[in-house]
Design a protein around this ligand. Structure first.
Ligand code: PEP
Ligand code: MG
Length: 833
């Protein structure tokens, strides 16, 4: 008996529920998960993971037996290997009308679940035993069945004529996913293939049989067959098995809980938090406020067509009026550039297709609210599935504005509001729309946490502008939070700590005060130059796009504009801005700058910046396609008016420089310069500095050859990183691999600077890493002359540069160039150690 209890330690009587009844599969799974939670074997969120798994792959094993388990990537929610058992004598619908009568919910790490599967699948070959278990009123019968089956003598295993051995190298063993691929292979071959592991043998077409082998990483498996082409067939079988190895290893790696490196605040209690992606920096303490999803199902209440059409029209009109008010409000509270999000949203309301498809549905006899919601959902889904991240992001905007109209049609569908929000709220939501975020009062809201979303979304951008610490993409674990629960948000590291101890809260508050004092000091000195302790000055400029942003940039300490992305004039307009319109913008920008330099980047369209009104052909790889200078050289109708507008503005004073994006050859530079000179002469305008962006490895490597042809370089580290690392800068899955501090990128910067130095040319950096305080130090150490960044980053960057000598930063940069990885480079940051 001692042996039996040892073997069943994975299953206790408390984790068995007999004679249960469920109306649906979801509640059955959640009940099974709850038993495991009560056993302390899993965290509560693992239940949701089990439901998610069921959506990806049904866990029906056969003969009324099901094995719900969670997703591989959620294994960190498993505390120990265990199973729970629920007996459902009447069965619960599981798949295609088949009913599950015995539910074995599995919580397992690594190989552990193979052993469990082995026990369970054995049961399948004992129909009598199974039947008894379906109705038994005795929990110990279930425990014993698992044990007795385990002790059953193994059947004699004999190989067929041709054999081939293979050492199983799947970190998680031969579990259901790879085994089902094996079954598919065997079925397709039409030949009998056996697989043996020690004394256990299975027909390769039987999933249960393969699982019963209990194959663990490192086990030697013997494939055998009597087929005529046996050698060849088994060769292919092993090849097929081997092909899965890589994805299995990747899945196992993903599942490994990698401890996150935490900088700055750490709770003294040692409490671990819920991880997300940092979307807006800052540390705060507050109280959880769960934002309900709002609308939910929209009921189809057919009405009179003429009345419904009038309701829709009125709702659209009211929404447009309200959107205008929102634009005014956001402009005042947050700024014109962020308000542009809502201007763009309002234009979605003029979409004829959207309105006519809603009317179409109403004419078919559906209610107005239902029809509008359906039309919006269909259009948003279509956008979401387009192969273009910008359009996909528009889906969020469309749903946002569509929801406003819906609330106007019927207030019943108004979204969960922030009206009841208390002081110090930490909002937890599935996702937040830009209007949710813009509506927030930063005085009251101390944090934003979303289960989905991305760090580059409009929502994240607004949170940063409002200065609210935020983390996104934290997964369903965020819903472990309860309304009113106290919490700490660490926006720097992207962590939410629930129910911190008194000590944790005190430590966080101390840190908040310290950070605020530091920030205050930095801000107070933001107008001073970035002069290192050994007297070297690094120019600090701002990346801004419109004249109305100049005053703010200068106030934040900018000494000029290092990057004006002129494509935004095109992106934010529904038509192509002509020469006159552009001229006025450049003139206003220069006059607002009062003699300070303005680097105007010529149109950089293409890649992630697609402008609908330019009607450019769709490309399979837009980042490697006709973008930047390549487009300008092909579309002189865009380039000429822009250059004319710049030179005309220059005639009225100021210090404009011209910069061309995405340059990769001397020929491009020569052609662009020739054209610019013709235009200048034609207008009798002053000579302007002409430079190029270094954004592709070809340009960085050829910097010494390019330098004599230009007046300056500005390194676009965003693109330079993407092209050096061959990582799409929009791909959230690869965000960690696209670090601009990777030594490979830093070496490109070094090569650019040394190429420029030979010809005595000036080098700036206007990519995102210029605004990262540690990045700014490294770039300065590598010898760049200017750093251009988002205005808000200026004070901190200046403070950081002023605290060091150039000599030390050079040493630091040299160390970074010798590092093996970006992580190693980041570890050189003393401020974070
Ligand atoms: C860059 O690539 O670093 C850059 C500044 O240009 P953009 O981000 O506009 O492509
Ligand atoms: Mg770029």
């Amino acid at each position: 008996m001692a042996a039996a209890s040892e073997k069943t330690a994975i299953l206790s009587e408390n984790a068995i529920l007999l004679n249960a009844d469920f109306s649906d599969k979801e509640s059955a799974i959640l009940a099974a998960a709850q038993l495991l939670v009560d056993e302390g074997a899993i965290e509560p969120a693992y239940g949701k993971s089990m439901l998610a798994r069921e959506k990806v792959a049904n866990t029906w094993l056969g003969s009324g037996v099901v094995i719900p388990h969670g997703m591989v990537e959620d294994r960190n929610l498993v505390n120990r290997d265990a199973i729970s058992v629920i007996q459902v004598p009447n069965g619960v619908d599981w798949q295609n009308g088949e009913k599950a009568k015995l539910i074995f919910a599995i919580a397992a790490n690594s190989d552990g679940h193979i052993e469990i599967l082995k026990r369970l699948t054995r049961l399948l070959s004992h129909p009598d035993a199974l039947q008894k278990l379906e109705t038994t009123g005795d929990k110990s019968a279930i425990m014993a069945a698992l044990v007795e089956n385990d002790d059953a003598p193994e059947s004699e295993a004999a190989d067929l004529q041709v054999t081939k051995e293979w050492v199983l190298d799947y970190p998680s063993g031969l579990h259901a996913r790879p085994a089902s691929i094996w079954v598919e292979f065997a079925k397709k071959s039409g030949q009998k293939i056996l697989v043996r592991n020690g004394n256990s043998q299975a027909d390769m077409t039987s999933l249960a049989g393969l699982l019963q082998l209990g194959g663990k990483n490192g086990d030697t498996l013997v494939f055998s067959t009597d087929a005529e082409n046996g050698e060849e067939l088994l060769g292919e079988a092993v090849l097929m098995a081997r092909k899965i190895t890589l994805s299995e290893k990747e899945a196992a790696e993903k599942a490994e809980v990698k401890p996150k490196k935490i900088y700055g605040f750490r709770p003294p209690s040692g409490k671990t938090g819920i991880d997300g992606l940092s979307a807006s920096p800052g540390l705060s303490v507050g109280t959880i406020f769960i934002l309900e999803n709002g609308a939910g199902e929209v009921e189809d209440k057919p009405g009179k067509l003429s009345e419904d059409a009038a309701r829709l029209e009125n709702a659209l009109g009211r929404t447009k009026d309200k959107m205008k008010a929102i634009v005014d409000d956001v402009t005042r509270r947050i700024g014109a550039s962020d308000a542009a999000i809502f201007k763009a949203q309002a234009t979605l309301l003029d979409d004829d297709n959207l309105i006519s498809s809603a009317c179409h549905l109403m004419a078919e006899g559906h209610g107005v609210a239902w029809s509008w919601n359906k039309a919006v959902e269909e259009a948003a889904n279509a956008l979401q599935h387009m192969d273009n991240p910008l359009l996909a992001a528009r889906a969020v905007d469309l749903r946002d504005v569509g929801g406003r109209v819906l609330a106007e049609i019927d207030p019943l569908y108004a979204k969960g509001s922030f009206e009841n929000i208390g002081e110090g709220a930490i909002i937890v939501a599935e996702d937040l729309t830009p209007s949710d975020t813009a509506n927030l009062n930063p005085e009251k809201v101390h944090g934003l946490i979303t289960a989905s979303g991305g760090p580059t979304s409009h929502t994240a951008i607004l949170a940063r502008t409002l200065g609210i610490p935020a983390l996104v993409a934290a997964g369903n674990k965020v819903f472990e939070a309860k309304n009113g629960e106290s919490a700490i948000v660490d926006g720097y590291n992207g962590i939410l700590y629930l129910s911190p101890t008194k000590e944790d809260v005190e430590a966080a508050q101390k840190q908040i005060v310290k950070l605020a004092e530091e920030r205050e000091k930095e801000v107070a000195e933001r107008a001073k130059p970035a002069k290192t302790t050994d007297g070297h000055i690094i120019d600090i400029a701002a990346n801004i796009n419109r004249p109305d942003q100049v005053a703010f940039a200068l106030d934040e300490g900018a000494e000029g504009v290092g990057l004006m992305r002129t494509e935004f004039l095109f992106l934010e307009s529904t038509e192509t801005p002509d020469e006159e319109t552009q001229y006025k913008v450049y003139r206003d920008m220069l006059s607002a700058l009062g003699g300070k330099s303005l680097i105007i980047r010529a149109l950089d369209i293409g890649g992630d910046k697609q402008v609908a009104h330019l009607d450019l052909p769709k490309e399979d790889n837009p980042f490697l396609g006709v973008r930047g200078a390549r487009l300008l050289l092909r579309r002189k109708d865009l380039l000429v008016p822009q250059l004319r507008a710049i030179y005309r503005a220059a005639k009225e004073g100021g210090d404009p420089w011209i910069m061309f994006p995405m340059i990769m050859s001397v020929n491009e530079i020569k052609e662009l310069k020739t054209l610019a000179e013709e235009i200048r002469k034609d207008l009798a305008a002053p000579v302007l500095k002409i430079g190029i962006m270094i954004e592709v490895p070809a340009a960085a490597i050829m910097a010494d050859i390019f330098a004599p042809h230009v007046d300056f370089f500005s390194i676009g580290t965003n693109d330079l990183t993407q092209y050096t690392m061959a990582v799409d800068r929009q791909n959230p899955d690869l965000a960690a691999e696209a670090d601009s501090l990777d030594p490979a990128v830093l070496r490109m910067v070094e090569r650019t600077v040394s190429g420029a130095e030979k010809a005595g040319k000036w080098v700036g950096v206007c990519g995102g890493i210029a605004g990262d305080p540690f990045g700014a130090m490294l770039l300065s150490g590598l010898g760049v002359n200017e750093l251009s960044m988002t205005p808000r980053d200026i004070a901190t960057v200046k403070a950081r540069l002023r605290a060091k000598s150039l000599a030390d930063m050079r040493k630091l940069a040299n160390k970074a160039l010798q590092c093996e990885t970006a992580e190693e480079v980041r570890a050189l940051d003393e401020a974070k150690s």
